[in-house]
Design a protein around this ligand. Structure first.
Ligand code: AMP
Length: 115
């Protein structure tokens, strides 16, 4: 179900353009418009879940599959062996700006520390 006024739902529905790197029935991954790493992809569930704490028990497998998709994306982008960072920003103090659950896939440089 798309949520009105959600930019990521509009990207899922192809009402807004995006540079897609992975798609299946439940998951979409596209390039972040404002990359903070040489490779910066957003992996999202197509289902509108506003933030991590809104996920229900029924979403547990979906969130697991997002992590499996991250591995496939790493393979397709050539960083499977080098590694990557997967980040979720949850709510205000977590730095979340877009309230449609998403995971930042960051790669192409060596990360240090956690923030
Ligand atoms: P967050 O701060 O975790 O909510 O991250 C939201 C991310 O969405 C930011 O890194 C933005 O650069 C990115 N973003 C916002 N609008 C778009 C868009 N239309 N296409 C791709 N990335 C976007």
């Amino acid at each position: 179900m798309a949520e009105q006024d959600c930019i990521f739902c509009k990207i899922v529905d192809k009402e807004l353009p995006s540079d897609i790197v992975y798609e299946d029935d439940e998951i979409l991954a596209f390039k972040d418009v404002n990359p903070v790493a040489p490779i910066h992809i957003l992996i999202i569930p197509k289902k509108h879940i506003p933030t991590l704490t809104d996920m229900g028990q029924e979403d547990a497998e979906l969130i697991g599959r997002i992590h499996l998709a991250a591995g496939k994306i790493a393979e397709s982008l050539g960083v499977y062996d080098r590694g990557f960072r997967l980040v979720n920003n949850c709510k205000d103090e977590g730095g979340q700006v877009v309230y449609h659950l998403h995971f930042h896939f960051l790669a192409g440089k060596k990360f240090k520390g956690v923030g």
